[in-house]
Write a protein that binds this ligand. Sequence first.
Ligand code: AMP
Ligand code: TRP
Length: 349
Amino acid sequence: MQTQGTDAVMVTETDGTKKRVFSGIQPSGELHLGNYLGAIKGWADRQNEKVNFFCIVDLHAITVPQDPETLRSRTRSVAAMLLASGLDPSRCTLFIQSHVPAHAEGCWLLNCVTPIGWLERMTQFKDKSAGQQRVSTGLLDYPVLMAADIILYDADEVPVGDDQKQHVELARDIASRFNRLYGETFVVPEPVIPEVGARVMGLNDPAVKMSKTHSAARGHAVAMLDEPEEIERSFRRAVTDSGNEIAFSDDPAKAGVNNLLGIYKVVTGRSKDDVAWDFEDARGYGDLKARVAEVVIEELRPIQQRYHRLMGDVGELDSLLARGAEQAEAVSGPKLREVKERVGLVLPG
Ligand code: AMP
Ligand code: TRP
């Protein structure tokens, strides 16, 4: 590995046996409990075990129309929220994708070895472009940029929700194809789908995944920045069923209760059995909802406080992100040069 990282990267790189992890999050929409329990919390909890790169993928966000000012403020807001949730810049590399030009450049180089049919087959592209009058080239090319994100860091593991698995598999195909055409260059990454919290469902409809797209619907999502009263209200309104049994269940009719218990389980870090014990004395679904709301409120309270402190000092936030970009560049820059060399570009003297 030819990493010549700056301090923090070197600290985490000294032991070459640690796996490298790369994950990305889009700065579009407000972060919600699904993002936190399904992605962010796990990232924060596992920082010590691996060498971690976390990227706020603003270039992916602009594959669909964005209001420029909203995008700018959301990008900082997501960065602050990740830091507030426990991502520690001395133990991981947190940066904004567009700050490291190797991603866009790498995307171009990989475009030239990616058959267009591979992209046209992507289910997310088909879903996002269906019924749209204008579909950007960027939307089709989105998975190649994502492949560049991942393989420029020689990432071994990519933690993602199941909706992104196909894109990580495409990144594997692109890395393998490049290696075949030009010789061993990239590590072929593995998608890692978290078991617990992989799917937090909408509170208003436990049949659909809690998502940014549905967030506007009343009672659908709990935003990470919701006030305690709002969180209580959302849980109080959560859709359950007409029964009264508080138990984990695969029965679609019990999906609401199952979702509430799942949220409680991931927030508290308890086993299923322990969660079942916790609710043995519960007085009906009202009680269940109130207790789940309480643990969520207490989990989010310190995160919200840290978030507001970070957003109060944008200069400090930006300098943390600049340092992250420097560390990221120290890893992806040399890799990009290797790629250019392999395909036959003249490197600047
Ligand atoms: P997105 O909001 O789709 O950009 O996703 C950002 C990260 O949060 C990805 O790793 C997603 O898989 C994860 N995520 C989004 N929604 C949920 C959800 N409802 N349950 C669990 N994880 C989620
Ligand atoms: N496409 C991912 C999503 O929407 C975000 C993403 C971009 C990503 N680049 C990545 C995730 C690299 C993992 C690795 O959720």
